[in-house]
Design a protein around this ligand. Structure first.
Ligand SMILES: C[S@@+](CC[C@H](N)C(=O)[O-])C[C@H]1O[C@@H](n2cnc3c(N)ncnc32)[C@H](O)[C@@H]1O
Length: 318
């Protein structure tokens, strides 16, 4: 992979994540995405992973800690410096590079390429050209995983997204159509509320796609609907659950969820929420499903909530 070393001063460094990246004590985006934790079960040590727009590296750090060979790229020097320092301090080997992914020249082949909350900051032509190259540089049987924001009239982009250079460059279904020739391992649509250092609670409609290139070996992905039941948490009650609410208080106010799915990550991890320190020792994420309303309970507190449009699914491999 050839990277560019030019300066990026013209790019929007008033982006809401920069403040957190520059603070070595806070976790800006929380721990790894649960779809990446799920996918990790299918990745043997040595899996070649490229994380584009990695930020401070919650997913890159997690996979590198599990033996993957990770290269993480972001145009934010602050994000890359923070990730490099964390990797060095914890002895987790990974490669972290400052570069503009729009200009990325790919030479190697990768087993997993991911971009979470990133390609929406490229214009339509640029992300299409990049993704065509990513598809070509993915090994047979390899994965591409994306989280994109599809703001709507009902859930418009907040000023922090616009200030960060959000482009509105993806239409509903466009990413899935782009991967029409690959197996769509999972494709989730939901609206998620969360919080970041210095940014109050905000919301984003999410389009999350994990696609697998035809061919190759490795364990086959299996998709299973989560039996979330018919009854959603009443909207006013859902809206009233504040970030940081302890699990016991949620139980007292909302009752038992229909289903709880738990992901446990051992060892040093990026921290859990906006008031949390940079790292935690061990990380436990539970998704509490009240119908299609989901509370993200992390290490005993609510640090996110979502309303699903697509039917929630679980992935297993083997
Ligand atoms: C919302 S943050 C997500 C960070 C990370 N993927 C995560 O999930 O925590 C978006 C990231 O994309 C990076 N980014 C946006 N446009 C980029 C570009 N053209 N080249 C490289 N990085 C970019 C930003 O610097 C920022 O770190």
């Amino acid at each position: 992979m050839k990277t560019t070393t030019r300066e990026f001063e013209h790019l929007p460094f008033n982006a809401f994540w920069e403040k957190g990246y520059k603070d070595g004590n806070v976790s800006t985006m929380g721990g790894p995405n649960h779809d990446i934790v799920e996918l990790a079960a299918a990745l043997p040590p040595g899996t070649r992973v490229l994380d584009l727009g990695c930020g401070e590296g919650r997913n890159a750090f997690f996979l590198a800690g599990r033996g993957c060979q990770v290269t993480a790229v972001d145009r934010s020097a602050a994000g890359i410096e923070k990730l490099s320092a964390l990797a060095k301090r914890t002895g987790v080997p990974l490669r972290a590079v400052v570069a503009d992914i729009a200009e990325l020249e790919l030479r190697d082949t990768w087993d997993v390429i991911m971009a979470h909350g990133v390609i929406d900051y490229l214009d339509n032509r640029t992300w299409r050209s990049l993704l065509a190259r990513l598809k070509a540089h993915t090994a047979p049987g390899g994965y591409n995983a994306y989280t994109c924001m599809l703001f709507t009239d009902e859930y418009p982009a907040g000023p922090e997204f616009l200030a960060a250079g959000f482009k509105h460059s993806l239409a509903q279904g466009e990413l899935a159509a782009f991967y029409g020739d690959w197996e769509q391992v999972r494709h989730d649509r939901y609206v998620k509320w969360d919080q970041h250092p210095g940014i109050p609670l905000h919301c984003h409609p999410v389009d999350k796609l994990v696609a697998r290139k035809p061919g190759g070996g490795g364990p086959a992905p299996r998709r299973e609907p989560v039996p979330v039941g018919e009854v959603d948490l009443p909207r006013a009650l859902f809206d009233s659950v504040a970030m940081g609410t302890p699990a016991e208080e949620v139980l007292a106010r909302c009752g038992e969820p229909a289903v709880v799915d738990t992901f446990t990550m051992e060892g040093v991890q990026l921290g859990v929420g906006p008031t949390d320190s940079l790292t935690v020792d061990g990380y436990r994420l539970s998704l509490w499903y009240y119908g299609r309303a989901v509370l993200y309970v992390i290490n005993g507190r609510v640090w996110g909530r979502a309303l699903h449009d697509s039917l929630p699914v679980r992935m297993t491999f083997g």
